[in-house]
Ligand binder design. Structure first.
Ligand code: PEP
Length: 248
C-alpha cells in the first residue's frame, strides 16, 4: 500500500515568522492524518521550519537544489546543505523552474540522481502544456519526461521517488484536470514506470496530482484509484485550507 502524501509548495511566499506560525497553527490538527504531510518552503525558512516541526509528523522540503556537490554556482544550494539543516525532501523540475530557469529533462535527471544518492526524497514534477494537451500529446510528454527523469536510477532507489503529475495549464490558474482525467494520466505514468522497473517496484512509487487542488476538490481527486496525493500551491498557504487538504 502506498502512503499518500499531501505536499504544500509555498513557492516564493512567507517570512520566517509567518512560516513558523503556520507550522504551530497546523501541527495538532494534522497529527492524526493517514497521509504524509510535507511543506516545501523557500530556503530562508527551512531551518526554522525544521525546528518548528520537530516531534511532529510535518516534514520539510526544499523547492530546488543543484546537482553538483560544490563549486562556482552563485545562488545555488547543494543536497548536503539541505541535509545539514534537517530537510528531507526536495521538489525537482517544477514547471516554473523548467519555464523560467532553464531546468531541462537532463538537469532534472542529474538532480534526481544526486538527491537519491544523498538520501533526500525527490518530488519530481512532470506535465504537459495546454498546447501539448490540445495536440493530444499529454501521454507522450509525460512518458518522455518520466523516462528521462528516471534514467540511470536503480529500482531500489526509484521506489523512494515521488512523482507529481502537474499539467502546466492547471497550475495557479484555478483550472483543474477532471479527477478522472488526472487519474488516467497517472495510471499511464505508472505503466511507463512498470515498463522501466516491473510491477513490484512501480506499484510502490507514489504519483501525486498537482494543479489548483483546493479543499473543495481534494476529496474527489484523492478518491481516484491511482492518485497518491497532491502537490498544492495556492491552497497550501493558509493554515485552515492546508489542514482541510490534509484531512480530506
Ligand atoms: C504547484 O505549485 O505545484 C501547484 C500545483 O500550484 P497550484 O496548486 O496553485 O495550482
Amino acid at each position: 500500500m502506498r502512503l499518500p502524501m499531501i505536499a504544500g509548495n509555498w513557492k516564493m511566499h512567507k517570512s520566517i515568522k509567518e512560516g513558523v506560525a503556520f507550522v504551530e497553527a497546523i501541527k495538532s490538527d494534522v497529527a492524526d492524518t493517514d497521509v504524509e504531510v510535507l511543506i516545501c518552503a523557500p530556503y530562508t525558512l527551512l531551518q526554522s521550519l525544521v525546528k518548528a516541526a520537530e516531534g511532529t509528523n510535518v516534514k520539510i522540503g526544499a523547492q530546488n537544489m543543484h546537482y553538483e556537490d560544490k563549486g562556482a554556482f552563485t545562488g545555488e544550494v547543494t543536497a548536503d546543505m539541505l541535509l545539514e539543516i534537517g530537510v528531507t525532501h526536495v521538489i525537482i523540475g517544477h514547471s516554473e523552474r523548467r519555464q523560467y530557469y532553464n531546468e531541462t529533462d537532463e538537469t532534472v535527471n542529474l538532480k534526481t540522481l544526486k538527491a537519491l544518492a544523498k538520501g533526500l526524497v525527490p518530488v519530481v514534477c512532470v506535465g504537459e502544456t495546454l498546447e501539448q494537451r490540445e495536440a493530444s500529446e499529454t501521454k507522450a510528454i509525460c512518458k518522455s519526461q518520466v523516462e528521462k527523469a528516471f534514467s540511470g536510477i536503480s529500482g531500489d532507489a526509484a521506489k523512494t521517488v515521488v512523482v507529481a503529475y502537474e499539467p502546466i495549464w492547471a497550475i495557479g490558474t484555478g483550472k483543474t484536470a477532471s479527477s478522472q482525467d488526472a487519474n488516467d494520466v497517472i495510471a499511464y505514468i505508472r505503466e511507463v514506470l512498470t515498463a522501466l522497473y516491473g510491477d513490484e517496484i512501480s506499484e510502490e512509487i507514489r504519483i501525486q496530482y498537482g494543479g489548483s487542488v483546493k479543499p473543495a476538490n481534494v476529496a474527489e481527486i484523492m478518491n481516484e484509484s491511482d492518485i497518491d496525493g497532491a502537490l498544492v500551491g495556492g491552497a497550501s498557504l493558509e493554515p485552515d485550507s492546508f489542514v482541510q487538504l490534509v484531512n480530506f
